[in-house]
Write a protein that binds this ligand. Structure first.
Ligand SMILES: [Zn+2]
Length: 149
């Protein structure tokens, strides 16, 4: 064997050994890194899961609020049909003694249309029976018909 050939063989052998040691080291590092990565991913997923739970809870609460509002509007609609009557563009309580269609003061149309509230407009004390004011939005009316005996 020539010196050169011998040198090459030895060099290759050292190189191989070195490379495989390096590969083992690299593999060990990769394993550690991948476990650290895994822990990080688990932490991230746990965080995402907590966010999803929170979003679901909020969505459930929103749905409950909507159910509640739908139920309120259904009752309002039923009350509107059963208990009130429209006379000349204003809604009144239905009169139940057979003497006419309506009773009392008209309902505040703005509050009904905007907020779905059935509020009978109140007399303003000390200003005469013709002056009326909505107890909710304080809108004032004059000259509306009030059905009283
Ligand atoms: Zn009002």
């Amino acid at each position: 064997m020539s010196f050169d050939a011998c040198y090459d063989r030895l060099a290759n052998s050292i190189l191989n050994r070195f490379t495989s040691d390096q590969a083992r080291e690299r593999a060990a590092i990769d394993k550690e890194v991948s476990q650290a990565d895994l822990k990080l991913k688990v932490a991230e997923l746990t965080g995402s899961l907590a966010e999803i739970k929170l979003t679901l809870t909020e969505a459930r609460s929103d749905a409950a609020d909507k159910d509640h509002e739908i139920s309120r509007l259904r009752k309002l609609q039923q009350r509107l049909v059963d208990e009130t009557v429209e006379v000349y563009g204003y809604r009144y309580q239905k009169r139940t003694d057979g003497k006419g269609p309506a009773a009392g003061n008209p309902m505040r149309d703005g509050c009904f249309q905007k907020n779905g509230l059935l509020i009978e407009i109140a007399n303003v004390y000390g200003t005469g029976i013709q002056n009326l004011r909505c107890p909710n939005c304080k809108a004032e009316y004059a000259g509306l018909h009030t059905y009283t005996d």
